[in-house]
Design a binder for this molecule. Sequence first.
Ligand code: ZN
Length: 388
Amino acid sequence: MHRSLHACFRPLSVLSLLGLSAWLSSCTNPSAAPGNQMASADTAASRPNIILLIGDGMGLSQVSSAFYFGEGEPNFARFPIIGLSRTSSSSHKITDSAAGATAFSAGQKTYNGAIGVDDNEQPLPNILEILEQACPDCPTGLVATSSITHATPASFFAHEAKRSSEEAIAAQMTHSPVDFFAGGGKDFFFHRSDGLSYYDTLTQAGFVLDTTALTPQSWKAGQKYGYLLAGTGMPTMLEDRGDFLPNATQLALDYLTQAGQPFFLMVEGSQIDWGGHENNGEYLVQEVLDFDKTLGVALDFAEKQGNTLVVVTADHETGGFTLHSTDVPTANGTRSDYDSISFGFSTGGHSGTLIPVFAYGPGAEQFAGVYQNTAIFDKMRQTMQLPQ
Ligand SMILES: [Zn+2]
């Protein structure tokens, strides 16, 4: 009883909040000129796939660590186009992950803590919702090493005033356009403070769920898949996460290509940020290397498949991380050993440095230059030929 009441209430509240119906009807206005309809059919045929990979908290020193501590040449080196993003939020010079991800998902600067809502806590249409309207058969996916309800992935499917409301965020999954998700967050779906479990709600909404492993399915276009493999965040690389992130990304790509339609996939290396907050260089670097391996999966796919834009960036830098020369004691004090790199941190929080953006594939050239984080949304929207 409670469950069905709740299930009915949420969609209504979210839809009315979104003002989506008015926006949708303007989007699918049947009075559009025939010429425009022709143009949109032509557009859909050439619309590329987009894979957006976000290394949370990944500044240039974090990227650089892959060049010193990885095996062989990092996949970062495979990108032909590099840009820089200005990451401030509407409320602060230094952003958090919620405002940072909302800039990418919805193209607007908002306040720190906002999940897919503007400064007035009003929902902003996100790129998955916009894609669904333009192309109902185009599938979408989200992969993260945090809970799937954590700030970055949440900003791609939910609209919440506060990032900490992970149970309310989880409740929005069933009526989001997400077709595939993989990450942690079982607690927010199944072991909630309100006593509800969203297991049945998710399966009734068409999801095949796996809460034990990244098991490949006999994929069916139109069927949705959800992998929830930890209570909250996934284990760290220093623990036993193994190849979850590259494997989940490959699994997502295997599924998303089934529909034979252009797709949007967001993949987050969530814990680069967490290593930075802990000022733990070993933790951070292992997360960067795992993320770099995942870039290889995305790039291999894009090279083979063609017509796929791969964009790699971060919401902000975390830890004020540096790769400094190691201080070696001498008779008079210390000297810097330029052949030995040590990890340094200047903060337990985020920093305000410009953030690198890497791009490969159709539309990649737009990502050269220095621009606001919201421009990453604009460039993805333009590349996917989606309405404003
Ligand atoms: Zn952070």
